[in-house]
Design a protein around this ligand. Structure first.
Ligand code: SF4
Length: 357
């Protein structure tokens, strides 16, 4: 898939309403649905727009129905079914709430949902839904948001993922939670420690692993692969074979990803709070392909600071959400990356320039 022309994932935040209790959620969830959420009819039109991303016979992006809790919308299954009938792979990112019961899982199975996404942040988190999904042979992705307190538990959480038979473990790194807060963004050195653990787990894990807001994990992976002689240069891998493992595909906010808010606003990702348009007034396909924001995000040569000088900018490029949150400049270098690009002395490999504290 050509990421200039189409994303791999369109993420639609159908509603922010949720009954789930989530101490680590990135957004404060209001108790009820917003009166100006996209309507069912507007949802149908959005789904038809997603269909327009692919040429006839070409592959389509996955459409992720998320929230809040998408089960708060009574039209969820109607919209999911419409997407599937149009050939769009549908995924549902569910909150752990009373609405996520065996009936809801059965509905997902019957409709042909490609994957459900369930959040598990700590070993003691509610796991009943994982068991039910496994019984029904639903393809499950597990999401885990991590902070410094989570890192010691990564092996235990990975064991849960293996036991539950998940296909993908997505590890979400927070973007600039206030300094001193226990769930704050990791320091650059802590990222390297987390990456070492994630890499070790990934070698034997029966599931794929990807990171959110930590594209520099791809630099870490590229270094490991170069050291082992598997790749010679840090270049993006062919997308077609890397759908499940984004490690080297260079997917980032606005490059392979687009986020639609509950009000229809078009953002490069759910954590990059920059607006490129609204699906009520602008065609999603044209905004993704042609807006100056999305084009700048897809061009690795627009990066500034050390990300602009970095030989890993095509596979990594840094977290644009973190750069924007911490500096106000979405093209600035990622402040949470330890790597320092520079002239490479003869015989030295890129990773050797990383300064470990
Ligand atoms: S300097 Fe920037 S592009 Fe290079 S590895 Fe770090 S975050 Fe990625």
């Amino acid at each position: 898939m050509n990421l200039e022309q189409a994303p791999l994932q369109v993420v639609w935040e159908m509603t922010r309403a949720s009954d789930a209790v989530c101490e680590e959620c990135r957004k404060q969830q209001p108790p009820g649905r917003h009166p100006d959420e996209l309507t069912t009819a507007e949802g149908f039109r959005l789904i038809e727009e997603v269909k327009r991303f692919a040429p006839p016979g070409g592959s389509l992006p996955a459409l992720v129905f998320t929230g809040g809790d998408p089960l708060q919308r009574p039209d969820l299954m109607q919209l999911v079914q419409y997407a599937i009938d149009l050939g769009i792979p549908a995924e549902v990112n569910c909150a752990h709430s009373a609405l996520l019961d065996a009936d809801a899982m059965e509905d997902f199975c019957r409709a042909g949902v490609k994957r459900i996404v369930l959040r598990t942040d700590m070993p003691g988190a509610p796991l009943a839904a994982l068991g039910v999904a496994r019984q029904m042979s639903l393809d499950v992705e597990m999401e885990t948001a991590i902070h410094a307190g989570t890192i010691p538990h990564l092996d235990a959480i990975a064991a849960i993922a293996a036991q539950a038979g998940v296909k993908m473990w997505t590890i979400l790194f927070p973007v600039c939670v206030e300094p001193g807060h226990p769930e704050s963004d990791l320091r650059a050195a802590e990222y390297e420690e987390a990456f070492e653990t994630i890499w070790r787990i990934s070698r034997d894990a029966p599931f794929a692993i990807r990171t959110g807001n930590a594209s520099h994990y791809r630099r870490f992976v590229a270094r490991k692969l170069m050291e082992s002689g598997h790749v010679e240069h840090p270049q993006p891998a062919p997308i077609a074979s890397q759908r499940e493992a984004w490690e080297l595909a260079g997917v980032n906010a606005g490059r392979g990803l687009v986020f639609i808010s509950h009000l229809g606003d078009i953002h490069p990702s759910g954590d990059l709070d920059l607006l490129a348009g609204n699906v009520r007034t602008e065609p999603l396909v044209e905004v993704y392909r042609g807006s100056s924001l999305f084009r700048a995000l897809r061009d690795p040569d627009t990066r500034e600071g050390k990300c602009g000088d970095c030989e890993y900018r095509c596979v990594c490029g840094g977290s644009r959400a973190r750069a924007f949150a911490m500096t106000g400049n979405f093209l600035a270098e990622d402040p949470r990356c330890f790597y320092h690009p520079g002239p490479m002395p003869h015989g030295q490999r890129p990773m050797e320039r990383i300064e470990m504290a």
